[in-house]
Design a protein around this ligand. Structure first.
Ligand code: ADP
Ligand code: MG
Length: 251
């Protein structure tokens, strides 16, 4: 809120004119610019550096495997850690590449519900291992949408994976659809750890992660893709209760 105070006279009586201005939007715009700037920096980084990192990394990994047999048993702990760390770098650079790689998009009309079901089939083994059940409650037979199949699947993979990962002790992930005028809302609802208010505004930032093996790029990629389709992603969350991620698409 900004404020301007001006003294003046009404019929020789001293008066004050006060003007209040709501600058919330202005501030949000600035935040948006910063966010976009970070994104494009992440994109440039991916294009330039990720590739350069992956090649030497491959040889480090290869030689490490080669000498593993000669390493004394008491040092195997260290090589184990080294391999885990190399895997993590590979995951991050892999996601950075997918963020910036100019891909040949193939847009076609798909039934979104089929794409979601494909993703569920793909993730069910991992979910079952973690005692997570993935359920759907679709309010329609089909939701036709022109898109690149792989991109949209990527979005659902990232978001459903986050839901599974948020439920340490298992639980349910429910995917529902909601028809609005001109919009289709797809909700991915979990009963997991939720996101604290402190973290909620950071989750879309590139590299923000609360997970040991996370890259913090999942939601960044999802937002970039959905924005390309003129949609948006909204997150509602209550700590210890769960999270609802809504993917809004213009249909
Ligand atoms: P990553 O999964 O690699 O950490 P993401 O960009 O996918 O990166 O997510 C960023 C962070 O947002 C996560 O580390 C987690 O803290 C939070 N988050 C995202 N989805 C959920 C969810 N469904 N429940 C709880 N926390 C979530
Ligand atoms: Mg993720």
């Amino acid at each position: 809120m900004s404020r301007i105070v001006m003294p003046f006279y009404v019929d020789k009586n001293p008066s004050l004119q006060v003007i209040f201005r709501d600058v919330t939007e202005q501030k949000q715009n600035l935040k948006h610019v910063i966010q976009t700037e970070k994104l494009s920096t992440a994109g440039q980084l991916s294009a330039g550096i990720a590739h350069e990192i992956r090649n030497p990394l491959t040889s480090i990994k290869g030689f490490l495997q080669l000498i593993e047999g000669e390493i004394p048993p008491h040092s195997l702990l260290y090589t184990g850690i080294m391999k885990d760390e190399i895997d993590k770098i590979e995951r991050i650079t892999g996601e950075m590449l997918s963020l910036s790689k100019p891909q040949a998009y193939q847009c076609q009309e798909y039934n979104l519900l089929n794409l979601i079901n494909d993703v569920i089939t793909l993730l069910t083994p991992q979910a079952t291992l973690k005692n997570v059940e993935i359920l759907t409650d679709f309010t329609m037979e089909q939701a036709l949408f022109t898109c690149d199949k792989m991109q949209i699947k990527q979005v659902f993979i990232n978001i459903i994976k986050n839901a599974i990962e948020a439920m340490e002790r298992g639980g349910k992930v429910l995917i529902t659809t909601e028809n609005k005028v001109n919009w289709l809302n797809i909700h991915v609802i979990d009963e997991g750890s939720g996101i604290s208010d402190q973290h909620l505004y950071k989750v879309n930032e590139p590299f923000f992660t609360t997970k040991g093996t996370g890259t913090g790029l999942g939601l960044t990629i999802c937002n970039a893709i959905i924005k390309d389709y003129n949609g948006r992603i909204l997150i509602d969350s209550k700590e210890q209760k769960g999270t609802r991620v809504t993917i809004q698409l213009p249909i």
